[in-house]
Design a protein around this ligand. Structure first.
Ligand code: FMN
Length: 173
C-alpha cells in the first residue's frame, strides 16, 4: 500500500476478527515502532505484547474508554522510560505501528488510560515499574470485512493551512 493511501484510508478500529495475529506480523509491528525517531535518539520505549485472553479481558474491564480490548486477539502496551517528552516519542513509535498494521489488513485504537486509577491498575497487572509511563494499550486484530476507509470527518485544509503568516489563506486549497 502506498504511504499516502495508507494515511488517507486509516481508521480507528474497535472491533476485530477473532483470528490470531501471527508472530511474524507482531514482530513487524514491533519493528515499525523500533524504527521510529526519538528525541536525542534515546529510544525510551518498551512494548509489552499481550495475548493472554484473561489479561486482555481484564484490561477491557479496567479501561472504561477501551472495553473493546477484551475482544482483541492481541494488544501492545506502550511504556516510556523517564523521558523529557515521553508522549511525543511514544506518538512517533505508535503511529508507525498503527500505519504498518493498517497496511497489512489490521486495525487498532489508541486507548487513552488517562484516568490515574485505571492507569495504575493496568501498570500493576503488567508489572510496569512505577517510574515508567504507560501511554496506551493498543489492541490489534484483523479488520472486519465491512470497514470503509473513506469519508472520514476532518477539518477542511482551508481551516488549518496558512501561507507565510497565521491567518493568511493558503491559496491552493
Ligand atoms: C491521543 C488519543 C487518545 C484516544 N483515546 C481514545 C480512547 O480512549 N478510546 C477510543 O475509543 N478512542 C480513542 N482515540 C481514537 C480517536 O477517537 C480517533 O482517532 C478519532 O476519533 C479519529 O478517528 P480515526 O482515527 O478513525 O480517523 C484516541 C485517539 C488519540 C489520538
Amino acid at each position: 500500500m502506498e504511504v499516502y493511501d495508507c494515511l488517507r484510508s486509516r481508521l480507528t478500529i474497535r472491533s476485530f476478527k477473532p483470528d490470531p495475529v501471527p508472530d511474524e506480523m507482531v514482530t513487524r509491528i514491533l519493528q515499525a515502532g523500533r524504527w521510529a525517531p526519538s528525541s536525542r535518539n534515546l529510544q525510551p520505549w518498551h512494548f509489552i505484547v499481550i495475548r493472554d485472553r484473561e489479561a486482555l479481558q481484564e484490561i477491557g474491564r479496567i479501561a472504561t474508554s477501551g472495553s473493546f480490548v477484551a475482544q482483541a486477539p492481541l494488544a501492545i502496551a506502550i511504556v516510556m522510560e523517564d523521558a523529557d517528552r515521553p508522549e511525543l516519542d511514544a506518538g512517533r513509535a505508535l503511529q508507525q505501528m498503527e500505519l504498518l498494521a493498517w497496511s497489512e489488513g489490521l486495525g487498532t485504537c489508541f486507548v487513552g488510560l488517562r484516568d490515574k486509577e485505571q492507569n495504575r491498575k493496568v501498570k500493576e497487572m503488567l508489572g510496569i515499574p512505577d517510574r515508567m509511563d504507560l501511554i496506551t494499550v493498543l489492541p490489534f486484530g484483523y479488520r472486519l470485512d465491512n470497514v470503509k476507509g473513506t469519508g472520514r470527518r476532518r477539518k477542511p485544509l482551508s481551516d488549518i493551512a496558512h501561507a507565510e503568516r497565521f491567518g493568511q489563506k493558503y491559496a491552493s486549497v
